[in-house]
Design a protein around this ligand. Structure first.
Ligand code: FE
Length: 180
């Protein structure tokens, strides 16, 4: 019971800090879901900081499926080997399913054997925020979309050259825009 309470309190801390976004650099939006096959480029404020996207939980629930909400907003994990983008080998761009920000390029995708889409580098390091994750008795580095705060997965230091990194990402957190 004690451990359950500790876990719950840690989770609560995580969730309570997740959606905190300084108002000055945020854009509150109740827009509908980003259409499929659409890249929504980054925009920057006068101080060259990425303009973030903030929605209420209720608004996210309106534009995301239950599974998308669970993974993106509640830091869930899809079951290994079930994601629709795991075996995608087309040339194009992987975007955030929550906001359309371009996150990973197909030429950095590799087969890690883990059952989740894996990449050795993001398109732009500023688009993928890293957060220390101490859940489930492990210390890992969580990665989330820097614009909308959507949970993507984790990054590990056992990836291939040239970076040695392995971004282990849920298919549910991504969309794919094929190069024309
Ligand atoms: Fe996003």
């Amino acid at each position: 019971m004690k451990y359950i309470l500790i876990f719950l309190s840690l989770s609560a801390c995580q969730f309570s800090t997740k959606n905190e976004t300084p108002a000055a650099e945020s854009r509150v939006s109740t827009e509908t879901k980003v259409p499929a096959d659409t890249i929504v480029p980054a925009k920057y404020d006068a101080n060259k900081r990425l303009i973030r996207l903030t929605k209420s939980d209720a608004d996210w629930k309106q534009v995301l499926s239950k599974t998308e909400y669970y993974v993106l907003r509640e830091e869930g994990t899809e079951r290994a080997f079930t994601g629709d983008l795991l075996k995608n080998h087309e040339t194009g761009t992987y975007t955030c399913r929550g906001c359309g920000l371009p996150l990973f390029a197909s030429d950095t995708k590799f087969n890690s054997g883990t059952g989740w889409p894996s990449f050795w580098k993001p398109i732009n390091a500023d688009f993928v925020a890293e957060i220390q994750d101490r859940s489930h008795g492990m210390v890992r580095t969580e990665v989330e979309c820097a614009r909308c705060g959507g949970h993507l997965g984790h990054v590990f230091e056992d990836g291939p050259k040239p970076t040695g990194l392995r971004y282990c990402i849920n298919s549910v957190s991504l969309d794919f825009v094929q190069e024309q």
